[in-house]
Design a protein around this ligand. Structure first.
Ligand code: TYD
Length: 214
């Protein structure tokens, strides 16, 4: 069985949960055992993070970086369904956000080098699937979600998302330089939002190309 860890990344409102779940579903249907892993987790540190994110105060980025890094350590090594454990059992692990979220979100404010370094005690993923969405589209989706009852979280504001999107560019470049495969998937083409299925097909083809390579 191939050993493969894929990380979905992007700003809020880019549809990471939808696409990571669809990928797991499609890989499973093809006969590849796949596992969906979410950060922040629902473990002890993840629950604390959610509580802090729900408050609309200016986040303490250094504290958040440390908490996310701790949550990730737990998710990779200690959780009952740890990423390491699932990889060892032969699953393809699909992360709905991984350390590159921290490096972009917290790194944008607390320093990319420092956040990169405090996350170096968990391995890199094999590939990053970056869903590239314009900030305007992302904000519209976040607001739609809020109208349907979702809580607006700390980073879901234009000024933040613009800065975080910029930071992602640096993170992706650095990741590629370190040998991580970076796949960019645009959500908007010729000024129009692509249908979900179209984006999901592109993601699936990419994942299959990796599975078949290993
Ligand atoms: P998100 O996956 O967007 O949660 P939901 O699916 O419930 O909207 O993650 C919650 C927020 O946490 C989001 O704004 C991104 C942010 N985040 C960080 O700032 N750093 C991190 O390391 C991670 C994993 C998420």
């Amino acid at each position: 069985m191939p050993r493969l860890h894929l990380a979905f990344e992007g700003i809020d409102g880019s549809g990471l949960t939808t696409h990571s779940r669809l990928l797991v579903e499609r890989l499973s249907k093809r006969g590849y055992r796949s596992f969906y892993s979410k950060e922040p987790t629902n473990g002890p540190i993840g629950r604390l993070i959610r509580e802090l994110l729900a408050s609309r105060d200016e986040p303490d980025h250094v504290m958040m970086a440390l908490l996310f890094a701790a949550d990730r350590r737990w998710n990779y090594y200690s959780s009952p369904n740890s990423i390491r454990g699932m990889l060892e059992r032969g699953y393809i692990v699909v992360s709905d956000r991984y350390k590159y979220s921290s490096i972009a979100y917290q790194g944008a404010f607390a320093g990319i080098d420092w956040v990169w370094s405090i996350n170096s005690r968990v391995p890199h993923s094999d590939a990053i699937i970056y869903i590239d969405v314009p900030v305007d589209v992302a904000l519209r989706r976040v607001r739609e979600r809020a109208r349907n009852g979702a809580v607006i979280e700390a980073y879901e504001e234009r000024a933040y998302l613009e800065k975080i999107k910029e930071a992602y560019e640096e993170v992706l470049e650095r990741a590629a330089n370190e040998g991580i495969i970076v796949k960019r998937v645009p959500m908007v083409e010729s000024g129009r939002e692509r249908p979900i299925e179209d984006v999901a097909d592109e993601v699936f083809d990419f994942a299959l190309s990796l599975v078949e390579r290993i």
